[in-house]
Design a protein around this ligand. Structure first.
Ligand code: 13P
Length: 250
């Protein structure tokens, strides 16, 4: 397994063309010599090709924030795995809680996206996370297990290396305060054990990254936990200094 930690920047529906390109140029300047971390940037669809040309010959990878499960056809507004590969993406994010909430994505839709993407050769970051209510009702593990089992249904063990699980507790996303290290630790250990049950014959398991108000002050406490293979950064990834600080502390 690739043992490098993963730092994933999710810019969501933010940054225009000038802002995104200048952020990438500044990140490249600051992180030129960083070798020990896998960095993945995830701009909005319209800027993927432009950002890809800036990333050419660098060690930083490109991800989309979404993908559709069909190969091609009458699916207005959707983007296929092949199109993403064509513009230079090696990754796609699937099942972010904001898409589950605002676009009503179900685990069944998410599963179809995962199956198509991995079979086409894309690496996938599959996001799972519990809501505040689920947590309050003591249903965190039940909810995470359900999202994992239905999201990864029928995924062949041979694709495991292409998959990363992003654990993002919905109640801390964008709040400025990450979940406690105890909470992160117990859910990551739970996910690790679920994955072991789901992929019993694999030598490898998907890596597991944490997302939700990661910043340069909490990164060191989070990244040193067992079964935390990296982080998924929203707000702090849109500020060059803050993002590079996080990467350097990983
Ligand atoms: P924040 O880091 O802004 O909480 O966002 C996390 C996230 O949703 C990354 O996908």
């Amino acid at each position: 397994m690739n043992q490098k930690k993963l730092v994933f920047a999710n810019w969501k529906m933010n940054l225009n063309s000038d802002e995104a390109t200048s952020l990438v140029k500044n990140i490249l300047k600051k992180l030129e010599s960083i070798n020990k971390v896998d960095i993945v940037l995830s701009p909005s669809f319209p800027y993927l090709a432009a950002i890809n040309s800036l990333l050419y010959n660098t060690k930083i990878s490109l991800s989309s924030q979404n993908v559709f499960w069909e190969k091609d056809g009458p699916y207005t507004g959707e983007v296929s795995s092949d199109m993403l590969l064509d513009v230079g993406c090696s990754w796609t994010m699937i099942g972010h809680s904001e898409r589950r909430q605002h676009l009503l994505e179900t685990n069944e839709m998410i599963n179809k996206k995962v199956l198509t993407s991995v079979s086409k050769g894309l690496k996938v970051i599959l996001c799972v996370g519990e809501s505040f209510d689920q947590r309050r009702q003591g249903k965190t593990f039940e909810s995470i297990a359900d999202q994992l089992q239905r999201g990864l249904r029928k995924v062949d063990e041979s694709f495991v290396e292409q998959i990363v699980i992003g654990y993002e507790p919905i109640w801390v996303i964008g709040s400025g305060e990450a979940a406690s290290v105890n909470d992160i630790s117990s859910v990551h250990n739970f996910i690790f054990n679920e994955l072991k049950i789901m992929f019993p014959n694999g030598k490898l398991l998907p890596r597991i990254v944490y997302g939700g108000s990661v910043n340069s002050l909490n990164i060191e406490d989070i990244i040193t936990l067992d079964n935390v293979d990296g982080v998924l950064v929203g707000n702090a990834s849109m500020d060059c200094d803050k993002f590079c600080d996080i990467v350097m502390k990983v």
